[in-house]
Design a binder for this molecule. Structure first.
Ligand code: PXL
Length: 270
């Protein structure tokens, strides 16, 4: 069988909506075979406003996981998600350096805990991501906060600032960057910006206002990875993904007072 094989090097979201759980669900729905190298286990405190705790996996274990998949099976494309320590980022970078396959870097820095808080969980990791991951990225998929951090900008409020950040991120070695900038335009549109080092492309969808959007970033990068593995260009992969994310957000649901995921079923092949 010629099913495409994809790997996610990412964390476990115990609540099931983000992390490797989102990645594997999305891979399944997009018709590719998903595998994982687990980097960290994330738990949430039901008695303290769902505060996140992170438990990194030993680098020696991550090494075995990656060896199992890459040398034991082989991949058509891979993505990275939450990489919680500088040591893990450096190790993963040393693996990416020698790979010929498309690589999607989701530079996870925040978990929306409550009230949309955007505090970098791992501020010390930004420099390591810039140095060890971005040079090997076929595409990097930051949200506005992550794009600003990678570009060394205080914040991104306008399309012009997003374009400036995209250029800075490509200057760090990424071949393409897609900045998920849903808040740029007032009204009912959500707009993402793709930059390929030369030209900008804008992707629009209906803006879905829901509190229950947990896992949207992981799902976005997983879908882009799956589409690229199947042969899409980066631009085609982003276009398909943008449409499906809007649908998945329409079908999202509440799990408890703090969190609710988008619905990965919306990614099903038609
Ligand atoms: O949504 C970012 C994210 C990524 N990866 C893992 C997570 C989260 C947020 O909860 O738990 C493992």
């Amino acid at each position: 069988m010629s099913i495409k094989k994809v790997l996610t090097i990412a964390g476990s979201d115990t609540s099931g909506g983000a992390g490797i759980q989102a990645d594997l669900k999305t891979f399944q729905e997009r018709g590719v075979y998903g595998m994982n190298a687990l980097t960290v286990i994330v738990t949430m405190d039901p008695r303290n406003r769902w505060a996140h705790k992170v438990f990194p996996v030993e680098v020696s274990v991550i090494k075995e996981e990656i060896d199992t998949v890459i040398n034991g099976i082989g991949v058509d494309a891979l993505k990275t998600g939450m990489l919680p320590t500088v040591e893990i980022i450096e190790y993963v970078g040393s693996v990416l350096k020698d790979l010929k396959n498309p690589i999607v870097i989701d530079p996870v820095m925040v978990c929306k805990v409550t009230s949309g808080s955007t505090e970098n969980l791992f501020p010390e990791n930004v420099e390591a991501m810039k140095k060890c991951l971005l040079p090997y990225a076929t595409v990097v998929t930051p949200n506005l906060f992550e794009a600003a951090q990678l570009a060394g900008m205080e914040k991104i409020d306008t399309v012009e600032e997003a374009k400036e950040a995209a250029k800075k991120i490509c200057d760090l070695g990424a071949k393409n960057v897609v900045i998920k900038g849903r808040k740029f335009f007032a009204g009912d549109k959500s707009v993402d910006i793709l930059y390929d080092g030369k030209d900008f492309e804008f992707f629009e969808s209906e803006k879905i206002d829901t509190e229950w959007n947990h896992g949207a970033g992981c799902t976005f990068s997983a879908s882009v990875t799956a589409e690229i593995a199947k042969g899409s260009t980066v631009s085609q992969a982003v276009a398909t993904t943008k449409k499906l994310i809007a649908e998945a957000l329409k079908q999202s649901f509440k799990l408890n007072d703090y969190t609710g995921p988008l619905n990965h079923k919306a990614f099903a092949l038609k």
